[in-house]
Ligand binder design. Structure first.
Ligand code: NAP
Ligand code: MG
Length: 499
């Protein structure tokens, strides 16, 4: 059997008979309303046509709240509010004043970090230790970083005029809701734009809490507007004629549609799309560290990571022993309640995503891959999937070509660096890659040849607001983070009188 209910038993591993006692994070710090309106013009308002959708906790299937669904008319209201705010206040505000708001947002995010982390975990299913230690601190760090640029744009782009673009439409996915919101909002606001943001349908709650935070810091009404809803709400935002720039993070299929619309209207667009990263381990790597890196590279955030190291390319000479070590390590990974502070792998974000992961793993096994799943207990309710290793995968297999976006590692082998490069690049995607070797020259040789926007060496999944992130090929274009992430939010032109 290949389904999740019939795992292959794990080898005995740690074997000390020690169990972790439950260590649940309290949810008392968050207060969730029964119903949420749309955040437009600095206020929470009812949608014009009155629709709503539920958001649930994927780890318990518990109903959390009803959230307003924005129609095209609501999107129009939000864009008008953003336009007014840009014309009347934000677009002409001196950078050093805008910076003060961004610093306030960053500090408030730090002060309320636990509340945001617990809500992120409740609504999306990711382990609390990740939302607490990674998502929310990094979200605050993005606001701090771009706050620093708001009054220094002439130094960021010397000799060039730097005008804000106007009203920006931003659409984000469910895998890092707050972090993606911050990647998008912080540079846009620092550059003097106003924003209409569309969060993902399954994870709207932290974006709405961010709306409250925007009220608390006194951000002028209309500078940030949040329109919740499904894909149609996003499509209405993309189609709106008064949006000056679009930024999208999500799937390649939707990204292509958005690019077509944006091109037809000549609206600048940045696309951060899917990935199928090669994680390459040479025989001369520090093996224990590489095992940790590969585990972190694919099982972090249940593998719902665009840059996840989902294709392990391991040198043939060490392949068997390396995969053996991975299996032993996987048997010690703790899967379950994401609110438990010891949990490593939490809930799959939705039943649809769980079905997609199960189906692709079935296909992989049908195509000849060998399945390994640890024999860990899964909660009775909620959406969970055992972390999975598929070995003997070949390049033609669907699990080697398609983004699973779940806790599933496909293992392939190579003999020479040339073969590793050829296999790594044999994908329509080009977002990230990882290299493990003790030879610096080999790292540089490989990095020169890998078609990936981000390449990690002897580490994986490191993020920093100062460092640009983005892809090639079907992983999209444009960068987020650093000055590269600020430029798309500005219209840069030569200063008059200079050539
Ligand atoms: P998705 O289906 O493309 O959705 C992304 C966002 O677009 C959601 O807010 C979604 O709303 C909205 N949307 C759906 N259809 C739309 C349309 N026709 N027009 C405008 N907006 C529309 O992607 P997903 O499954 O949520 O997210 C996973 C994908 O994101 C993966 O492929 C992953 O690799 C990618 N990702 C990339 C990066 C990166 O930086 N490169 C980072 C994170 C994730 P609903 O939620 O209501 O459907
Ligand atoms: Mg939810």
């Amino acid at each position: 059997m290949t389904d999740n209910k019939h795992p292959v038993p794990a080898e005995p591993s740690h074997g000390f008979g020690l169990e972790y006692a439950p260590a649940p994070e309290s949810t008392s710090i968050v207060s969730i309303d029964d119903d949420y309106g749309l955040f437009i013009g600095g206020e929470f308002v009812d949608p014009i046509e009155g629709g709503a959708f539920p958001t649930i906790s994927p780890s318990t299937e518990e109903h959390l709240a009803n959230v307003a669904s924005a129609s095209a008319a609501d999107v129009d209201r939000a864009v008008s509010a953003a336009r007014r705010a840009h014309t009347d206040v934000w677009g002409s505000m001196p950078g050093k004043e805008r910076a003060k708001y961004l610093f306030r947002i960053a500090r408030q995010l730090q002060e309320r970090a636990r509340e945001f982390a617990v809500l992120e975990t409740l609504d999306g299913g990711k382990p609390i230790k990740e939302s607490r230690d990674i998502d929310i601190p990094l979200a605050a760090a993005h606001f701090f970083y771009y706050a620093g640029w708001a009054d220094k744009l002439e130094y960021a782009y010397p000799g060039r005029r730097h005008d804000s673009r106007g009203v920006v439409g931003q659409i984000i996915p469910w895998n890092f809701p707050m972090l993606m919101a911050s990647w998008k909002l912080a540079p846009a606001l620092a550059a003097g734009n106003t924003v209409v943001l569309k969060p993902a349908e399954t994870t709207p709650l932290t974006a709405l809490l961010l709306g409250e935070l925007m009220q608390d810091v006194g951000l002028p009404p209309g500078v940030v507007n949040i329109v919740t809803g499904a894909g149609e709400t996003g499509a209405a935002l993309v189609d709106h004629r008064d949006v000056d720039k679009l930024a999208f993070t999500g799937s390649t299929a939707v990204g292509k549609q958005i690019q077509r619309t944006a091109l037809a209207r000549n609206v600048p667009v940045t696309l951060e799309l899917g990935g199928k990263a090669a994680h390459i381990v040479f025989e001369d790597a520090a093996i224990d560290q590489a095992v940790e890196g590969v585990i972190n590279g694919i099982y972090f955030n249940q593998g719902h990571v665009c840059c996840a190291g989902s294709r392990l390319l391991v040198q043939e000479s060490i392949a068997d022993s390396f995969v053996d070590r991975l299996k032993r390590r996987l048997a010690t990974v703790r899967v379950g309640d994401p609110l438990d502070k010891n949990t490593d792998v939490g809930a799959i974000n939705s039943s649809q995503q769980l079905a997609k992961i199960s189906e692709l793993v079935e296909v992989g096994v049908g195509e000849g891959a060998e399945l390994f799943q640890p024999d860990c207990a899964l909660p009775d309710r909620g959406f969970f999937y055992r972390p999975t290793i598929l070995s003997n995968v070949e390049q033609t297999h669907r699990v080697a070509r398609e983004e699973v976006f779940g806790p599933v590692l496909s293992v392939l082998t190579f003999r020479t660096p040339e073969e590793a490069v050829a296999k790594a690049n044999n994908t329509p995607y080009g977002l990230s890659a990882g290299i493990w070797t003790e030879k610096g020259s080999k790292i540089l040789w490989m990095a020169d040849r890998l078609d990936a926007g981000v390449i990690w060496a002897n580490t994986f999944n490191q993020f920093d607001p100062t460092s640009p992130f983005g892809g090639y090929k079907e992983s999209g274009f444009g960068r987020e983070g650093g000055l590269h992430g600020l430029a798309p939010y500005l219209s840069l032109s030569p200063m008059k009188g200079r050539s």
